[in-house]
Design a protein around this ligand. Sequence first.
Ligand code: PMP
Length: 305
Amino acid sequence: MTNNFVWLDGKIIEKSQAKISALSPSANFGLNVFEGVRCYKAFNNKEINIFRLEDHVARLQMSSKIMCIENNVNESIILDAILSLINANKISEDSYVRIVLLVDDEGSWHQSGPSKMLVTLIPRPRHDIDNLPHYTANVSSWTRIEDNMMPPRVKAGANYINSRYGFLQAKKDGYDLPIFLDRNGKVTESSGSCLFIIRDGTLFTPPLSSSVLESITRSCIFNLAEDLNLPLIERNIDRTELYISDEVFLCGSAVEISPIVSIDQYSIADGLPGSLSCLLLQKYLEIVSNPDQKYSKWVKSVSIL
Ligand code: PMP
């Protein structure tokens, strides 16, 4: 398994040969929109399950629309690119695909096109449920970007500069990850994931209008919570609620479901990954590798033989 080959503008090429113009708005101003999609080895060891591709393509188009980035891509072009990459890189394990729309022409930051698509794939294993990382977080002193400024709903590379400030500060201060508040002091999300708390058996998460990405994994949690008869409420979350929650976890395509064991050095309950968070993760990992009929629409299975 390698990540030597990438897909750029319709062709599989060696990553060292993938070039964009030195005068492009993407190179100079960070103009892009992107998606991160998981590909999981299926339970039968014969297939790779591309997870929720249709939803990622829809969000890529939503981001492009808001950012005014012209493109001609669709799900079948992206699926072909992923299949070619799985073959070229001889992928037979879990991996992570990034799909990036770049404005690659000479021009400035206000240019809308023409765009190019870059698709890359790197090996990335799923969580080992018996050996979960014990993530710590701080409440960042950096405020989350907001809809009328740099809309977090748009998955634009430039939004990750706000994530970067918070993440670097968290690391310097000895934490794994930041949790951002909005300008009113309400909890939003982390640098690359959404957030849930659990209090007395009920899940709470900030609404989609509170400076968060419209996370696809977040939407999976809604289904899983319903299956497990766990009440789930979307509402604003106060900073101090983080400290007194029974469980806190982050969710995202890359981090899957990741329990947080302490925030600002307040231990979350007993300081271990929470039992409901682990149960949700276990169900999630079952679905990604062996979806039942209800969830088969979330998975595109491709043969690796
Ligand atoms: N919020 C941010 C800022 C993210 O970067 C991500 C990762 N894409 C998420 C939330 C989770 O989104 P998803 O579940 O669609 O991967």
